[in-house]
Design a protein around this ligand. Sequence first.
Ligand code: TYD
Ligand code: MG
Length: 464
Amino acid sequence: MAKVKTKFFCKECGYESSGWLGKCPSCGSWNSFVEAKIEEPSRKRGSWVQPEENADSGSNKVQQLSQIISGDEERFSSGMPELNRVLGGGLVRGSLILLGGDPGIGKSTLLLQVSAAVAGEGRKILYVSGEESPGQIRLRANRLKLANAAIALLPSTSFTKIEEAIRQTEADFVVIDSIQTIYVPEIASAPGTVTQVREAAGGLLRLAKNLNTTIVLVGHVTKDGSIAGPRILEHMVDTVLYFEGEGQSNLRLLRCVKNRFGTTDELAVFEMRDQGLFSISDPSLFMLKGRPIDVPGLAVTSCLEGSRPLLLEIQALLTPSSYQLALRMSQGIDRLRLSLLLAVLQKALKRDFSALDCYLNVTGGIHIRETAADLAVLAAILSSSEDKSLPADLLIIGEVGLSGEIRPVSRTSRRVQEALRLGWKKFILPSQSEEELSKLALPDGCQLYYVSLVNEAVDLFFVK
Ligand code: TYD
Ligand code: MG
Protein backbone atom coordinates (compact mmCIF):
# COMPACT_ATOMS: atom_id res chain seq x y z
CA MET A 1 0.00 0.00 0.00
CA ALA A 2 1.26 3.42 -0.83
CA LYS A 3 1.57 5.71 2.16
CA VAL A 4 -0.49 8.89 1.93
CA LYS A 5 0.84 11.94 3.74
CA THR A 6 -0.87 15.26 4.20
CA LYS A 7 1.18 18.38 3.59
CA PHE A 8 0.31 22.04 3.33
CA PHE A 9 1.64 24.41 0.68
CA CYS A 10 1.50 28.16 0.37
CA LYS A 11 -0.26 28.72 -2.95
CA GLU A 12 1.54 32.04 -3.37
CA CYS A 13 5.13 30.86 -3.07
CA GLY A 14 5.06 27.09 -2.67
CA TYR A 15 6.39 27.04 0.92
CA GLU A 16 5.88 23.57 2.37
CA SER A 17 4.73 22.89 5.91
CA SER A 18 3.50 19.86 7.82
CA GLY A 19 0.62 21.81 9.36
CA TRP A 20 -1.74 24.61 8.36
CA LEU A 21 -0.47 28.13 8.98
CA GLY A 22 -2.40 31.39 8.90
CA LYS A 23 0.53 33.42 7.60
CA CYS A 24 3.25 32.14 5.32
CA PRO A 25 6.68 32.49 6.98
CA SER A 26 8.32 32.71 3.56
CA CYS A 27 6.30 35.29 1.61
CA GLY A 28 4.12 36.75 4.35
CA SER A 29 0.76 36.05 2.63
CA TRP A 30 -2.25 35.49 4.86
CA ASN A 31 -4.60 32.54 4.55
CA SER A 32 -2.66 31.11 1.61
CA PHE A 33 -2.12 27.52 2.78
CA VAL A 34 -3.82 24.67 0.96
CA GLU A 35 -3.86 21.02 1.90
CA ALA A 36 -2.34 18.46 -0.44
CA LYS A 37 -2.32 14.68 -0.15
CA ILE A 38 1.03 13.31 -1.16
CA GLU A 39 1.13 9.67 -2.06
CA GLU A 40 4.52 8.15 -1.45
CA PRO A 41 5.01 5.45 -4.07
CA SER A 42 5.42 1.99 -2.58
CA ARG A 43 8.90 0.56 -2.91
CA LYS A 44 7.65 -2.32 -5.03
CA ARG A 45 5.93 -0.18 -7.62
CA GLY A 46 8.76 2.32 -7.80
CA SER A 47 8.51 6.02 -8.43
CA TRP A 48 6.93 7.35 -11.60
CA VAL A 49 10.02 9.43 -12.02
CA GLN A 50 12.41 7.51 -14.24
CA PRO A 51 16.06 7.14 -13.27
CA GLU A 52 18.42 9.58 -14.98
CA GLU A 53 18.88 8.43 -18.54
CA ASN A 54 22.44 9.54 -18.84
CA ALA A 55 23.48 8.03 -15.53
CA ASP A 56 26.45 6.26 -17.12
CA SER A 57 27.63 9.16 -19.20
CA GLY A 58 29.79 10.53 -16.44
CA SER A 59 27.59 13.49 -15.58
CA ASN A 60 26.68 11.94 -12.22
CA LYS A 61 30.30 11.50 -11.12
CA VAL A 62 32.31 13.91 -9.04
CA GLN A 63 34.38 16.09 -11.36
CA GLN A 64 36.86 18.92 -10.93
CA LEU A 65 35.48 22.28 -12.01
CA SER A 66 38.69 23.11 -13.86
CA GLN A 67 38.50 19.86 -15.86
CA ILE A 68 35.01 20.44 -17.17
CA ILE A 69 34.92 21.42 -20.79
CA SER A 70 32.26 23.99 -21.36
CA GLY A 71 31.08 25.50 -24.58
CA ASP A 72 28.81 28.48 -24.55
CA GLU A 73 25.28 27.41 -23.83
CA GLU A 74 23.63 26.64 -27.12
CA ARG A 75 21.00 29.19 -28.01
CA PHE A 76 18.57 29.68 -30.84
CA SER A 77 16.45 32.63 -31.82
CA SER A 78 12.81 32.89 -30.78
CA GLY A 79 12.14 34.92 -33.90
CA MET A 80 11.31 37.98 -31.76
CA PRO A 81 14.32 40.24 -31.15
CA GLU A 82 12.77 41.74 -28.02
CA LEU A 83 12.10 38.33 -26.48
CA ASN A 84 15.64 37.23 -27.36
CA ARG A 85 17.01 40.25 -25.52
CA VAL A 86 14.92 39.53 -22.40
CA LEU A 87 16.15 35.93 -22.43
CA GLY A 88 19.78 37.10 -22.62
CA GLY A 89 20.35 36.27 -26.31
CA GLY A 90 17.73 33.71 -27.31
CA LEU A 91 16.28 30.42 -26.11
CA VAL A 92 18.76 28.07 -24.44
CA ARG A 93 18.63 24.41 -25.50
CA GLY A 94 17.53 22.09 -22.72
CA SER A 95 16.12 24.87 -20.55
CA LEU A 96 12.76 25.00 -18.81
CA ILE A 97 11.02 28.37 -19.07
CA LEU A 98 7.93 29.50 -17.20
CA LEU A 99 5.68 32.12 -18.79
CA GLY A 100 3.21 33.47 -16.24
CA GLY A 101 0.42 36.00 -16.67
CA ASP A 102 -3.25 36.76 -16.20
CA PRO A 103 -5.70 34.76 -18.33
CA GLY A 104 -6.32 36.47 -21.68
CA ILE A 105 -3.16 38.59 -21.61
CA GLY A 106 -1.71 36.89 -24.72
CA LYS A 107 0.48 34.01 -23.55
CA SER A 108 -0.86 31.52 -26.10
CA THR A 109 -0.62 34.13 -28.84
CA LEU A 110 3.03 34.88 -28.02
CA LEU A 111 3.97 31.20 -27.90
CA LEU A 112 2.18 30.35 -31.14
CA GLN A 113 4.10 33.18 -32.85
CA VAL A 114 7.39 31.97 -31.33
CA SER A 115 6.61 28.35 -32.31
CA ALA A 116 5.98 29.37 -35.91
CA ALA A 117 9.21 31.41 -36.04
CA VAL A 118 11.28 28.59 -34.51
CA ALA A 119 9.66 26.08 -36.91
CA GLY A 120 10.63 28.38 -39.77
CA GLU A 121 14.29 27.83 -38.83
CA GLY A 122 13.83 24.09 -39.42
CA ARG A 123 13.37 23.05 -35.79
CA LYS A 124 10.76 20.54 -34.64
CA ILE A 125 7.93 21.98 -32.55
CA LEU A 126 5.39 20.31 -30.31
CA TYR A 127 2.53 22.45 -29.03
CA VAL A 128 0.65 20.71 -26.21
CA SER A 129 -2.69 22.25 -25.40
CA GLY A 130 -4.70 21.18 -22.40
CA GLU A 131 -7.10 24.08 -22.70
CA GLU A 132 -7.98 24.55 -26.33
CA SER A 133 -8.98 22.12 -29.07
CA PRO A 134 -6.84 21.88 -32.23
CA GLY A 135 -9.69 23.68 -34.03
CA GLN A 136 -9.42 26.67 -31.71
CA ILE A 137 -5.65 26.80 -32.11
CA ARG A 138 -6.08 26.66 -35.88
CA LEU A 139 -8.45 29.62 -35.65
CA ARG A 140 -5.84 31.60 -33.73
CA ALA A 141 -3.19 30.56 -36.27
CA ASN A 142 -5.47 31.79 -39.10
CA ARG A 143 -5.82 35.10 -37.34
CA LEU A 144 -2.05 35.35 -36.92
CA LYS A 145 -1.54 34.25 -40.55
CA LEU A 146 0.56 31.33 -39.36
CA ALA A 147 -1.70 28.49 -40.46
CA ASN A 148 1.02 26.94 -42.65
CA ALA A 149 3.64 26.72 -39.90
CA ALA A 150 5.09 23.24 -39.30
CA ILE A 151 3.83 22.82 -35.74
CA ALA A 152 2.82 19.44 -34.28
CA LEU A 153 -0.25 19.80 -32.04
CA LEU A 154 -1.15 17.53 -29.16
CA PRO A 155 -4.42 18.13 -27.33
CA SER A 156 -3.71 16.28 -24.10
CA THR A 157 -3.50 16.74 -20.37
CA SER A 158 -1.81 13.48 -19.46
CA PHE A 159 1.86 13.67 -18.58
CA THR A 160 2.43 10.11 -19.86
CA LYS A 161 1.02 10.99 -23.31
CA ILE A 162 3.03 14.22 -23.43
CA GLU A 163 6.28 12.43 -22.55
CA GLU A 164 5.60 9.85 -25.25
CA ALA A 165 4.92 12.59 -27.83
CA ILE A 166 8.05 14.57 -26.92
CA ARG A 167 10.19 11.45 -27.35
CA GLN A 168 8.43 10.40 -30.55
CA THR A 169 8.52 13.78 -32.30
CA GLU A 170 12.07 14.49 -31.04
CA ALA A 171 10.90 18.06 -30.64
CA ASP A 172 13.46 20.84 -30.14
CA PHE A 173 10.89 23.25 -28.72
CA VAL A 174 7.86 22.24 -26.66
CA VAL A 175 5.04 24.46 -25.40
CA ILE A 176 2.86 23.23 -22.53
CA ASP A 177 -0.31 25.36 -22.47
CA SER A 178 -0.94 25.33 -19.56
CA ILE A 179 0.93 23.51 -16.78
CA GLN A 180 -2.16 23.80 -14.55
CA THR A 181 -4.13 21.43 -16.81
CA ILE A 182 -1.51 18.67 -16.86
CA TYR A 183 -1.79 15.70 -14.52
CA VAL A 184 0.50 12.82 -13.68
CA PRO A 185 -1.73 9.69 -13.64
CA GLU A 186 0.34 8.10 -10.84
CA ILE A 187 -0.58 10.91 -8.45
CA ALA A 188 -4.02 10.92 -6.92
CA SER A 189 -4.68 14.69 -6.66
CA ALA A 190 -6.72 16.63 -9.21
CA PRO A 191 -5.04 18.65 -12.01
CA GLY A 192 -4.20 22.19 -10.97
CA THR A 193 -3.46 21.30 -7.35
CA VAL A 194 -0.08 22.16 -5.90
CA THR A 195 1.02 18.51 -5.90
CA GLN A 196 0.06 17.84 -9.52
CA VAL A 197 1.53 21.10 -10.84
CA ARG A 198 4.82 20.49 -9.05
CA GLU A 199 5.08 16.86 -10.07
CA ALA A 200 4.22 17.57 -13.72
CA ALA A 201 6.74 20.41 -13.84
CA GLY A 202 9.35 18.16 -12.18
CA GLY A 203 8.78 15.52 -14.86
CA LEU A 204 9.06 18.09 -17.64
CA LEU A 205 12.26 19.47 -16.11
CA ARG A 206 13.76 15.99 -16.26
CA LEU A 207 12.70 15.65 -19.91
CA ALA A 208 14.13 19.06 -20.84
CA LYS A 209 17.52 18.19 -19.35
CA ASN A 210 17.71 14.59 -20.56
CA LEU A 211 16.50 15.20 -24.10
CA ASN A 212 18.11 18.65 -24.44
CA THR A 213 14.75 20.10 -25.42
CA THR A 214 13.58 23.61 -24.65
CA ILE A 215 10.24 23.50 -22.84
CA VAL A 216 8.03 26.51 -22.11
CA LEU A 217 5.37 26.14 -19.44
CA VAL A 218 2.41 28.49 -19.49
CA GLY A 219 1.17 29.35 -15.99
CA HIS A 220 -1.99 31.32 -15.27
CA VAL A 221 -1.78 33.76 -12.43
CA THR A 222 -4.89 33.14 -10.38
CA LYS A 223 -6.30 35.49 -7.81
CA ASP A 224 -8.71 33.16 -6.02
CA GLY A 225 -6.13 30.42 -5.64
CA SER A 226 -8.42 27.56 -6.67
CA ILE A 227 -5.62 26.42 -8.93
CA ALA A 228 -1.97 26.61 -8.00
CA GLY A 229 -0.27 29.69 -9.40
CA PRO A 230 3.02 29.81 -11.31
CA ARG A 231 4.94 31.16 -8.32
CA ILE A 232 5.20 27.70 -6.81
CA LEU A 233 7.30 26.66 -9.82
CA GLU A 234 9.72 29.59 -9.83
CA HIS A 235 12.43 27.74 -7.91
CA MET A 236 12.35 24.73 -10.26
CA VAL A 237 12.63 26.33 -13.68
CA ASP A 238 15.62 28.02 -15.33
CA THR A 239 13.87 31.16 -16.48
CA VAL A 240 10.75 32.94 -15.27
CA LEU A 241 8.97 35.41 -17.52
CA TYR A 242 5.87 37.38 -16.56
CA PHE A 243 3.51 38.91 -19.06
CA GLU A 244 1.75 42.03 -17.78
CA GLY A 245 -0.73 44.46 -19.23
CA GLU A 246 -2.79 47.33 -17.97
CA GLY A 247 -6.58 47.26 -18.27
CA GLN A 248 -7.80 48.15 -21.72
CA SER A 249 -4.39 49.16 -23.04
CA ASN A 250 -2.90 47.23 -25.96
CA LEU A 251 0.52 47.46 -24.43
CA ARG A 252 1.99 44.24 -23.05
CA LEU A 253 5.11 44.10 -20.92
CA LEU A 254 7.23 40.97 -20.71
CA ARG A 255 9.50 40.94 -17.69
CA CYS A 256 12.17 38.42 -16.80
CA VAL A 257 12.31 37.86 -13.03
CA LYS A 258 14.68 34.90 -12.94
CA ASN A 259 17.23 33.78 -15.47
CA ARG A 260 19.95 31.17 -15.01
CA PHE A 261 21.41 32.15 -18.37
CA GLY A 262 21.40 35.93 -18.31
CA THR A 263 20.46 39.03 -16.39
CA THR A 264 17.05 39.58 -14.86
CA ASP A 265 14.75 42.58 -14.81
CA GLU A 266 14.99 43.05 -18.55
CA LEU A 267 11.75 44.28 -20.04
CA ALA A 268 10.29 43.82 -23.50
CA VAL A 269 7.35 45.84 -24.73
CA PHE A 270 4.79 44.48 -27.17
CA GLU A 271 1.67 45.84 -28.74
CA MET A 272 -1.34 43.53 -29.16
CA ARG A 273 -2.84 44.11 -32.58
CA ASP A 274 -5.37 42.24 -34.70
CA GLN A 275 -2.60 40.09 -36.15
CA GLY A 276 -0.98 39.25 -32.84
CA LEU A 277 1.86 40.69 -30.82
CA PHE A 278 4.35 43.13 -32.31
CA SER A 279 7.68 43.98 -30.67
CA ILE A 280 8.20 47.62 -29.86
CA SER A 281 11.91 48.13 -30.17
CA ASP A 282 11.83 51.79 -29.14
CA PRO A 283 9.37 51.92 -26.22
CA SER A 284 10.38 55.43 -25.08
CA LEU A 285 9.44 56.82 -28.46
CA PHE A 286 6.27 54.73 -28.57
CA MET A 287 5.06 55.86 -25.16
CA LEU A 288 5.83 59.55 -25.62
CA LYS A 289 4.57 59.70 -29.21
CA GLY A 290 1.92 62.40 -29.60
CA ARG A 291 2.04 63.47 -25.95
CA PRO A 292 0.45 66.82 -25.20
CA ILE A 293 2.85 69.75 -25.09
CA ASP A 294 2.35 72.87 -23.00
CA VAL A 295 -0.07 71.21 -20.61
CA PRO A 296 0.39 71.74 -16.85
CA GLY A 297 1.00 68.69 -14.66
CA LEU A 298 3.24 66.68 -16.99
CA ALA A 299 6.90 65.85 -16.41
CA VAL A 300 9.23 63.41 -18.13
CA THR A 301 11.81 61.26 -16.37
CA SER A 302 13.98 58.27 -17.23
CA CYS A 303 13.75 54.95 -15.43
CA LEU A 304 15.98 51.93 -15.88
CA GLU A 305 14.25 48.72 -16.88
CA GLY A 306 17.00 46.12 -16.72
CA SER A 307 19.85 47.60 -18.71
CA ARG A 308 17.66 49.87 -20.81
CA PRO A 309 16.55 53.38 -19.88
CA LEU A 310 12.90 54.11 -20.53
CA LEU A 311 11.55 57.64 -20.83
CA LEU A 312 8.26 57.94 -18.96
CA GLU A 313 5.74 60.71 -18.54
CA ILE A 314 4.43 61.42 -15.07
CA GLN A 315 1.07 63.15 -14.83
CA ALA A 316 -0.19 64.96 -11.76
CA LEU A 317 -3.50 66.62 -11.03
CA LEU A 318 -4.13 68.74 -7.95
CA THR A 319 -7.66 69.89 -7.24
CA PRO A 320 -9.38 71.41 -4.18
CA SER A 321 -10.63 68.59 -2.02
CA SER A 322 -14.21 68.15 -0.93
CA TYR A 323 -13.19 65.68 1.75
CA GLN A 324 -11.99 66.38 5.22
CA LEU A 325 -8.90 64.33 4.50
CA ALA A 326 -7.59 65.08 0.99
CA LEU A 327 -7.19 62.16 -1.42
CA ARG A 328 -3.82 60.79 -2.45
CA MET A 329 -4.28 58.53 -5.46
CA SER A 330 -1.46 57.15 -7.53
CA GLN A 331 -1.04 54.69 -10.36
CA GLY A 332 2.41 53.44 -11.25
CA ILE A 333 4.09 54.89 -8.16
CA ASP A 334 3.80 53.70 -4.58
CA ARG A 335 1.16 55.78 -2.77
CA LEU A 336 3.27 56.10 0.36
CA ARG A 337 6.11 57.46 -1.76
CA LEU A 338 3.71 60.09 -3.10
CA SER A 339 2.72 61.14 0.43
CA LEU A 340 6.38 61.33 1.41
CA LEU A 341 7.28 63.47 -1.60
CA LEU A 342 4.34 65.82 -0.95
CA ALA A 343 5.51 66.23 2.63
CA VAL A 344 9.04 67.11 1.47
CA LEU A 345 7.67 69.66 -1.03
CA GLN A 346 5.39 71.15 1.59
CA LYS A 347 8.29 71.65 3.98
CA ALA A 348 10.74 72.92 1.35
CA LEU A 349 8.36 75.48 -0.16
CA LYS A 350 6.46 76.26 3.07
CA ARG A 351 3.26 75.61 1.13
CA ASP A 352 0.21 73.72 2.31
CA PHE A 353 -1.11 70.91 0.11
CA SER A 354 -3.37 69.40 2.75
CA ALA A 355 -6.57 70.85 1.23
CA LEU A 356 -5.78 69.57 -2.26
CA ASP A 357 -6.57 66.13 -3.69
CA CYS A 358 -3.54 64.76 -5.51
CA TYR A 359 -3.78 62.27 -8.38
CA LEU A 360 -0.68 60.79 -9.96
CA ASN A 361 -0.35 58.60 -13.01
CA VAL A 362 2.49 57.07 -15.03
CA THR A 363 1.57 56.66 -18.70
CA GLY A 364 1.81 53.29 -20.41
CA GLY A 365 0.75 51.36 -17.31
CA ILE A 366 4.36 51.03 -16.17
CA HIS A 367 5.00 50.70 -12.46
CA ILE A 368 8.04 52.74 -11.42
CA ARG A 369 10.04 50.83 -8.85
CA GLU A 370 13.03 53.11 -8.47
CA THR A 371 13.48 56.45 -6.78
CA ALA A 372 15.01 58.17 -9.82
CA ALA A 373 11.55 59.55 -10.66
CA ASP A 374 11.11 61.41 -7.31
CA LEU A 375 12.13 64.85 -8.54
CA ALA A 376 10.01 64.52 -11.69
CA VAL A 377 7.01 63.64 -9.49
CA LEU A 378 7.57 66.88 -7.55
CA ALA A 379 7.85 68.82 -10.81
CA ALA A 380 4.56 67.38 -12.12
CA ILE A 381 2.80 68.18 -8.82
CA LEU A 382 4.11 71.74 -8.75
CA SER A 383 3.30 72.25 -12.42
CA SER A 384 -0.31 71.23 -11.79
CA SER A 385 -0.73 73.29 -8.63
CA GLU A 386 0.75 76.42 -10.26
CA ASP A 387 -1.09 75.69 -13.52
CA LYS A 388 2.13 76.28 -15.46
CA SER A 389 3.54 73.82 -17.99
CA LEU A 390 7.11 72.55 -17.89
CA PRO A 391 9.31 72.95 -20.99
CA ALA A 392 8.59 70.14 -23.48
CA ASP A 393 12.26 69.22 -23.81
CA LEU A 394 13.00 69.03 -20.08
CA LEU A 395 14.04 65.74 -18.49
CA ILE A 396 14.24 65.48 -14.70
CA ILE A 397 16.17 62.81 -12.81
CA GLY A 398 16.92 62.57 -9.10
CA GLU A 399 16.03 60.88 -5.84
CA VAL A 400 14.59 63.16 -3.16
CA GLY A 401 15.68 62.70 0.46
CA LEU A 402 13.61 63.60 3.51
CA SER A 403 15.54 66.80 4.20
CA GLY A 404 14.95 67.96 0.65
CA GLU A 405 18.36 66.94 -0.67
CA ILE A 406 18.65 65.57 -4.22
CA ARG A 407 20.53 62.29 -4.33
CA PRO A 408 22.28 60.67 -7.29
CA VAL A 409 20.83 57.65 -9.09
CA SER A 410 22.58 54.82 -10.90
CA ARG A 411 23.77 55.09 -14.50
CA THR A 412 22.73 58.68 -15.05
CA SER A 413 24.78 59.01 -18.22
CA ARG A 414 22.95 56.09 -19.89
CA ARG A 415 19.65 57.77 -19.06
CA VAL A 416 20.79 61.13 -20.40
CA GLN A 417 22.14 59.54 -23.59
CA GLU A 418 18.79 57.87 -24.29
CA ALA A 419 16.99 61.21 -23.84
CA LEU A 420 19.52 63.01 -26.07
CA ARG A 421 18.87 60.43 -28.78
CA LEU A 422 15.17 61.29 -28.64
CA GLY A 423 15.77 65.05 -28.83
CA TRP A 424 15.66 66.19 -25.19
CA LYS A 425 17.71 69.33 -24.58
CA LYS A 426 17.33 70.42 -20.94
CA PHE A 427 18.21 68.27 -17.99
CA ILE A 428 17.82 68.76 -14.24
CA LEU A 429 20.17 66.33 -12.54
CA PRO A 430 21.65 65.57 -9.10
CA SER A 431 24.84 67.58 -8.53
CA GLN A 432 26.73 64.44 -7.58
CA SER A 433 26.34 63.11 -11.13
CA GLU A 434 28.33 66.04 -12.54
CA GLU A 435 31.61 64.14 -12.67
CA GLU A 436 30.05 61.13 -14.41
CA LEU A 437 28.41 63.35 -17.00
CA SER A 438 31.42 65.58 -17.66
CA LYS A 439 32.75 62.87 -20.02
CA LEU A 440 29.62 62.92 -22.12
CA ALA A 441 29.78 64.60 -25.54
CA LEU A 442 26.81 66.94 -25.69
CA PRO A 443 25.17 68.33 -28.82
CA ASP A 444 24.85 72.09 -29.33
CA GLY A 445 22.14 73.90 -27.38
CA CYS A 446 21.96 71.23 -24.70
CA GLN A 447 21.81 72.43 -21.09
CA LEU A 448 22.53 70.43 -17.97
CA TYR A 449 21.50 71.92 -14.61
CA TYR A 450 22.85 70.33 -11.47
CA VAL A 451 20.92 70.68 -8.22
CA SER A 452 21.49 69.52 -4.67
CA LEU A 453 18.29 70.76 -2.98
CA VAL A 454 14.60 70.70 -3.88
CA ASN A 455 14.43 74.52 -3.67
CA GLU A 456 17.19 74.89 -6.27
CA ALA A 457 15.36 72.51 -8.59
CA VAL A 458 12.04 74.34 -8.19
CA ASP A 459 13.66 77.56 -9.39
CA LEU A 460 14.71 75.81 -12.59
CA PHE A 461 11.56 73.84 -13.44
CA PHE A 462 9.82 76.59 -15.40
CA VAL A 463 12.83 78.25 -17.09
CA LYS A 464 12.05 78.05 -20.79
P1 TYD B 1 -4.48 34.56 -25.55
O1 TYD B 1 -3.16 34.38 -26.21
O2 TYD B 1 -5.51 33.53 -25.81
O3 TYD B 1 -4.30 34.76 -23.98
P2 TYD B 1 -3.82 33.73 -22.83
O4 TYD B 1 -3.26 32.54 -23.51
O5 TYD B 1 -2.79 34.51 -22.04
O6 TYD B 1 -5.02 33.43 -22.00
O7 TYD B 1 -4.97 36.02 -25.99
C1 TYD B 1 -6.25 36.38 -25.75
C2 TYD B 1 -6.54 37.80 -26.12
O8 TYD B 1 -5.76 38.36 -27.12
C3 TYD B 1 -7.96 37.85 -26.61
O9 TYD B 1 -8.67 38.71 -25.75
C4 TYD B 1 -7.92 38.35 -27.98
C5 TYD B 1 -6.57 38.98 -28.11
N1 TYD B 1 -5.96 38.80 -29.44
C6 TYD B 1 -5.75 39.89 -30.25
O10 TYD B 1 -6.05 41.02 -29.90
N2 TYD B 1 -5.14 39.71 -31.46
C7 TYD B 1 -4.78 38.47 -31.91
O11 TYD B 1 -4.25 38.35 -33.03
C8 TYD B 1 -5.04 37.34 -31.07
C9 TYD B 1 -4.68 35.95 -31.51
C10 TYD B 1 -5.61 37.55 -29.84
MG1 MG C 1 -4.07 30.61 -23.46
